[in-house]
Write a protein that binds this ligand. Structure first.
Ligand code: NCN
Ligand code: DMD
Length: 353
């Protein structure tokens, strides 16, 4: 893992400048395509070419169970993790239909589901069958957190080898907003009021309990904010750790990587703490309705592209952002420059009487 983290390099500043110069030469007022311009320049810099082709797109769904559901602070029974994972493999879930509608693929990884699932489409990389209840004991061993991160790195490397060059990060894990809030609080010192929300949907009473449980767990474990692996192993999740690996692996493979919602954003924060250069590879998709999301974005100094009041998770923001990225690249590669456009002034007809 460390050799990968230590050999991440920055996207090319030269290509970014050349792409920006081309964007500025296009037939439009300077800056008038807004965020499409910075996305196009970012992807060009990452890919090492001024005119990147349309992307091959895939969202990785990391599925795992969470012992913290024992505390009664999750949105649904634990078995929903496995059931929804099967539904993903059958192309039935939110991430599947939004990916189908946007020309993108989905890969589903069992990185720590409690039951075993047998399906030819499943990438079976279970590190352990769910985390322990971190209200009582560490979620996992440090070596297990490392293995989960390494798994995420490897899955991205495999996809990059297959030719995918735009990756989305998704997850399925009942209870994973709790560990994401705990990670965010441990790394930044944010309060429970700032970091904890209703996740998939819980009562006001359960929310109050969720805040208490997470605060007490952080007091119990005292995770070291300077050691992201310590935080992940004490209060993290196998799905989140796998997504951390996806961000690291994408940056290492020079592939742009899209952030989905709150859980994905917490994983991106961990990856950036492991190597700040990862930030240059990130594309935030949508503003999750989970309240901690905007605070993580502020911490990362990123601004989501879309505001759709979504909070499903699974990676559902990613296929929506993919369409925007492809549009931005199309602008960069195929739009006429001012010089090309002005050739056509010959066609102008003087319509004055
Ligand atoms: O991504 C988000 O912003 C998001 C916000 C709330 C809930 N979720 C999804 O809901 C599940 C976690 O919710 P919970 O309440 O069980 O912690 C998990 O499977 C996530 O995919 C996802
Ligand atoms: C049905 C259902 C689908 C989900 N997808 C992500 N989290 C979820 C939580 C539930 C409850």
């Amino acid at each position: 893992m460390k050799p990968i983290i230590d050999t991440i390099t920055a996207p090319s500043a030269e290509i970014r400048a050349a792409a920006q110069a081309r964007i500025d030469s296009l037939a439009k007022p300077l800056g008038s395509l807004g965020r499409l311009e910075s996305i196009a320049a970012q992807v060009a810099a990452i890919s090492g070419t001024i005119t990147p082709a349309p992307r091959r797109k895939c969202t990785i769904v990391m599925s795992a169970d969470h012992g913290i559901v024992e505390e009664g602070i999750a949105c649904a029974p634990q078995e929903v993790t496995a059931i929804q994972t099967i539904n993903m493999l059958k192309n039935l879930t939110g991430i599947c239909v939004l990916s189908n509608a946007n020309g993108a693929d989905v890969r589903v990884v069992d990185i720590g589901i409690k039951p075993n699932i047998s399906h030819p489409g499943l990438i079976a990389r279970k590190v352990r069958p769910g985390t322990a209840n971190f209200a009582k004991e560490a979620a996992m061993e440090r070596h297990e957190a490392e293995q989960a991160v390494l798994t995420g790195i490897q899955v991205v490397q495999e996809l990059a080898h297959e030719g995918y060059n735009l990756i989305g990060t998704g997850e399925m894990g009942i209870g994973n907003t709790s560990c994401s809030s705990a990670i965010f609080m441990a790394l930044t010192g944010a309060s429970a009021d700032e970091a904890v929300g209703k996740g998939g949907g819980i009562t006001d009473e359960a929310l109050a309990r969720k805040k208490q449980v997470i605060s007490a767990a952080l007091a119990l474990h005292q995770p070291d904010p300077a050691d992201p692996l310590d935080v992940l192993s004490k209060v993290g999740g196998l799905d989140v750790a796998g997504m951390v690996g996806c961000f690291l692996g994408a940056a290492h493979s020079k592939v742009p990587v899209v952030i989905d919602g709150f859980i994905s954003a917490a994983a991106a924060l961990v990856a950036c703490r492991l190597n700040p250069l990862v930030r240059e590879y990130l594309i935030p998709s949508h503003r999750s309705a989970e309240p901690g999301y905007v605070r993580i974005m502020a911490e990362l100094q990123l601004e989501p592209l879309l505001h759709l009041d979504m909070r499903l998770g699974e990676g559902t923001g990613c296929p929506l952002a993919f369409g925007i990225v492809d549009a931005a690249l199309s602008m960069l590669s195929t739009m006429a420059t001012f010089d090309e456009a002005m050739i056509n002034r010959d066609y102008l007809v003087d319509i004055r009487p």
